[in-house]
Design a protein around this ligand. Sequence first.
Ligand code: TRP
Length: 336
Amino acid sequence: MAQDIYLTGITTTGTPHIGNYVGAIRPGIAASKDPSNKNFYFLADYHALAKAEDPDRVHQSSLEIAAAWLALGLDTDNAVFYRQSDIDEILHLTWILTSATAKGLMNRAHSYKAVVQANVESGTRDPDQGIMMALYSYPILMAADILMFKSTKIPVGRDQKQHVEMTRDIAQRFNHRYGDILVIPEAVISDDTALLTGLDGRKMSKSYNNIIPLFADEKKLRKLIMKIKTNSQEPGEPKDTEGSTLYDIYKAFATPDEVKDIEKRYADGIAWGEMKEVLFEYINEHLKPARQKYQRLIDDPAIIEQELLKGADKAREISIPYLAEIRHAVGIRKLG
Ligand code: TRP
């Protein structure tokens, strides 16, 4: 059987937080070190334009996300780590796919429908108000990301599953029309335990404004952890680990033995203040070495730039000849 090709895109609209780390970065980095895997990781900066208008924010986010992956030890010799906007072929493929994608399919995208729904609920006259074409065709750009590298497995959260299914539809329709050219991918859904809760007990997400930035400095990290919501149980009262954000975060970092130990301390009635202290110390120690590397990279972004260009060269070894093949198939060919 052919080897699986994994591909992961990260939209560059925010600061990496510990939820991203546990859910995507940590497993991705572990996979990057396995020589039997073929992995592609990229900064989806063109996708960011569909979500954020502030140029400085898109730029800063690209810097921070790239620095985070590198500081945490992404193996860029084994994996291909690049920036979407460095691969021109992706945009060519986007247009070719756009020509073979039914508008009706895009009408059904949850990401688009959610905004329409919000418009309808707020009583605006035009349900498409404020919706850019980039948001509407977002799934086609994502399909191009995936199909450009013949990826077979796409690790995503549940919110992105539909986009991978649309990629399959688009590729199947294309192949039906032009022959067996595109590889049909499959979503790999990370299980829900990989989702961290945030400061307020909801899913940690930049849109809820409840994140703990992965590389907050010690002072900030401590301050944020002290803000994590708990119930009003007194010190000495036995406590439930279930529904405790402090426990969930601890568990995402600690070893199984350490988790057992903390479970015992919950049962023994550890005070919330003490648990916060334990969590802070633990995460701080865990992240300290990477935080120092991260800071060095942020201070010398030329190193990051070089890594990304190295990745782009590797990626284009695939995308350039493959795009030529695809263009030929659709009739974009030399005349003589
Ligand atoms: N849309 C994804 C997100 O917002 C990011 C992304 C862009 C992506 N292109 C991709 C993920 C290709 C997987 C494969 O999370």
